[in-house]
Design a protein around this ligand. Structure first.
Ligand code: ADP
Ligand code: MG
Length: 238
């Protein structure tokens, strides 16, 4: 767990600036949802938190460390992608334990840790299966399990449920929240789905065209939208 501070962060690709000075403070253990239309800069901001993109201007801190310029592996974060990005030739157990193996954790410890997280995610009976033998929901759980075994300070999710059908999405939302209640890991969760934002967030950050339009609790945004964009975006059904 750690607080995250994003301070007047800008991002340009060549001459094109896509983030125009974004500031967000995230408390230790908070579940923050970044929401906004496609192309508004959500993934770019998340990738900057992860260290997968450089920061053109401004500052990002995780815990008490400024992380500008630190490589992804030097940051204590784990990211879950929409595509899951599982290794097809590895079993569930190997996928989930891979980062610990890279970190040269003792085998026993890795096996115990993976078993514990797998049980939390209802994957205990699937440890010997390969990704192709799993359902979409199970693959998504493995992707989350892979992040959870590392016990990072911060979880980053980029539209993790977009590839699932509507019913499974509802179930996975509540599973992700349950895990957050248990682990209390600081989480930044990106979605373009208003319902996901309203049901999951401690704090919602509404982005639009590379700026933050408003942030606050779901209720604050719903009751007191700062402008028409927020009102339309939060108010309209997905
Ligand atoms: P979102 O995740 O909210 O849909 P992105 O962060 O992916 O938005 O993209 C924000 C803007 O930055 C978009 O206009 C996109 O076209 C642009 N962009 C993203 N990545 C690159 C890149 N590697 N090179 C140039 N432009 C990019
Ligand atoms: Mg995106």
């Amino acid at each position: 767990m750690a607080p995250v501070s994003i301070n007047n962060v800008r991002k340009s690709y060549g001459a094109l600036e896509v983030l125009h000075g974004v500031s967000i403070d995230i408390a230790d253990g908070e579940f923050v949802v970044l929401v906004g239309p496609s192309g508004c800069g959500k993934s770019t901001l998340l990738r900057m938190l992860a260290g997968l993109e450089d920061i053109s201007a401004g500052e990002i801190s995780i815990g008490d460390r400024v992380v500008n310029g630190l490589q992804p592996k030097e940051r204590d974060i784990a990211m879950v992608f929409q595509s899951y990005a599982l290794y097809p030739h590895m079993t569930v157990e190997q996928n989930m334990g891979f980062s610990l193996k890279l970190a040269r954790a003792p085998k026993e410890e890795t096996r115990d840790r993976v078993a514990k997280v797998a049980a939390m995610l209802n994957l205990g009976d699937y440890l010997d299966r390969y990704p192709r033998q799993l359902s979409g929901g199970q693959r998504q759980r493995v992707a989350m399990g892979r992040a959870m075994v590392r016990n990072p300070e911060v979880f980053l999710f980029d539209e993790p449920l977009s590839n699932l059908d509507a019913k499974l999405r509802v179930q996975m939302r509540s599973e992700i929240k349950q895990n957050h209640h248990r682990l209390k890991t600081t989480t930044v969760y990106v979605t373009h789905d208003q319902i996901e934002a309203m049901t999951m967030a401690d704090k919602i950050v509404v982005m639009h065209g590379g700026i933050v339009e408003q942030m606050g609790s779901p209720l604050e945004l719903y009751d007191h939208p700062a402008n028409l964009f927020v009102a339309g975006f939060i108010g309209s059904p997905a």
